[in-house]
Design a binder for this molecule. Structure first.
Ligand SMILES: Cc1ncc(COP(=O)(O)O)c(C=O)c1O
Length: 459
């Protein structure tokens, strides 16, 4: 570990002794001391006390401008008054019944207004809704195989946990990447039914359809690949996927768990003008409560109505999550709110770009909607393999440096990105940029001393 990074980690340890102790205690009973592997990192994660609007406090009493926002699930920001009010009112009226109610129809209407779908079903997480979307696509086509992109993340079910972070030795040909299980316990049969293509490489997708004619049910993708920082589709890529699906009778599934709320009012299909067959939503649509949804045309969703595909869930449409979801759609994610966050996003992105240029940092700043990331690589990445070349220690230097100056610039892990909430203010963005202004010269110095260092992938 080089000096500049070591110094920032030592400062982190001095600022957060209570988090260190809490983590040590948690390790006794909880694997890695955390409830989701993504929350674990060395030397130990920050333990949080509370949050309000765009800021949080840790248990050592440090305050942070929060651009982690629960891995992008809180475009509403912490404790949004409209969400809090809706949830509090609902708590006195009952939390969950396992019976139908009017909020279901109301929220389905809100979703069909914004996204190009005609019918909707609900769940509680992104994993759940992408799992159901893949199953419905299989039932709709009578085919088993799903195409997904190398390095993409769609949750934790067997179809999704393939080639999420493959190692270089496992890659295979870029035009026909290997299907690599994302950990133990993913059955070989599941892996065999997931065909991998390279993002921004239509040829690799066409190959799959040529190799497996009449066997591919769907292509699933994030319209912007957000499991590698932030990777924008090249012009024509999404349109090309649409054409390939149409030509081959396969469904196009947009996993809009991140982009659905955070890219634009109407999500990625609106932003890019490409209409998928199915949309998966979660994270920020719930205003901080666990809420997911998937939708499609009446024809596709009728597979559920006709009892051909089974969908259920005890906690589906529990009243608390639905109250939060309705408040979020109606009072938080308004067109005015998108104008507000758009300004903040521009200010943050342009501020970063100025600082990157001033310090001669070999990096660029990617941005889309309320998401963005400092990409520590000299040119725009086009796919997962490009992303693996970023300098991980330099990224850690950046992240700990920002944390030590009171800014959670994004979730820990260099495959993530920042989120701006509707409750962030100009002052929050100023603080974020002031911290980066302080950290950037050390990054530039380290970069010139170290030269180009290539990362090892993986969590
Ligand atoms: C694009 C995408 N799809 C699906 C998921 C899974 O969502 P969840 O963690 O709610 O299961 C995530 C989570 O980060 C995601 O980013």
């Amino acid at each position: 570990m080089y000096d500049g990074l070591q110094k920032e980690i030592s400062t982190y340890e001095k600022r957060t002794p209570k988090s260190a102790a809490a983590h040590k205690r948690a390790l006794e009973r909880i694997p890695l001391g955390v409830a989701s592997n993504y929350r674990h990192y060395e030397p130990y994660p920050i333990f949080v006390k509370d949050g309000k609007a765009g800021r949080i406090h840790d248990i050592d009493g440090n305050e942070y401008v929060d651009h982690n926002l629960c891995f992008g699930a809180l475009m509403a920001g912490h404790c949004h008054p409209a969400v809090v009010k809706a949830v509090k009112e609902q708590l006195d009226l009952g939390t969950t019944f396992g019976m139908p109610h009017d909020q279901e129809w109301e929220l389905a209407e809100e979703i069909c207004k914004r996204y190009p779908v005609e019918m909707v079903r609900f769940g509680s997480s992104g994993t759940e809704v992408t799992m159901h979307a893949c199953r419905i696509a299989r039932a709709a086509t009578g085919r088993d195989k799903i195409v997904k992109f190398e390095g993409s993340y769609h949750g934790l079910h067997d179809t999704a946990l393939v080639s999420v972070k493959p190692k270089e030795t496992e890659y295979g040909d870029e035009n026909a990447p290997n299907s690599v299980p994302g950990g133990g316990g993913v059955p070989k049969a599941a892996v065999d039914n997931v065909l991998i293509a390279s993002f921004n490489n239509l040829g690799s997708v066409e190959n799959r359809f040529k190799q497996y004619p009449g066997q591919i049910a769907a292509i699933i993708l994030e319209p912007i690949l957000m499991n590698v920082g932030l990777c924008i589709p090249q012009p024509g890529f999404l349109e090309g996927l649409r054409k390939i699906c149409d030509a081959n009778g396969a469904l196009l599934i947009f996993d809009e768990v991140k982009t659905g709320a955070k890219l634009a009012w109407g999500g990625a299909s609106d932003y890019f003008g490409v209409k998928p067959d199915m949309i998966c939503l979660a994270k920020s649509i719930g205003g901080g409560l666990p809420l997911g949804a998937f939708g499609a045309s009446r024809k596709v969703m009728n597979l559920i109505s006709d009892h051909k595909v089974f969908h259920g869930g005890t906690y589906n449409t529990n009243r608390v999550a639905m109250a939060a979801g309705l408040a979020t759609f109606r009072e938080v994610l308004t067109r005015d709110a998108y104008a507000h966050v758009g300004k903040l996003s521009k200010k943050l992105t342009e501020g970063y770009r100025t600082i990157v240029a001033k310090n001669g940092l070999r990096a660029y700043v990617a941005s889309a909607g309320v998401n963005g990331a400092l990409m520590l690589y000299p040119q725009e990445i086009r796919n997962y393999r490009d992303w693996t070349k970023i300098d991980v220690d330099l990224w850690r230097h950046y992240w700990f440096g920002m944390v030590n100056r009171g800014v959670l610039a994004q979730p820990y892990w260099w495959d993530e990105q920042w989120t701006i909430s509707v409750q962030h203010t100009e002052a929050d963005i100023d603080k974020h940029l002031a911290a980066f202004e302080e950290v950037a010269p050390g990054l530039a110095k380290a970069q010139s001393e170290r030269g180009m260092v290539t990362a090892a992938a993986g969590h």
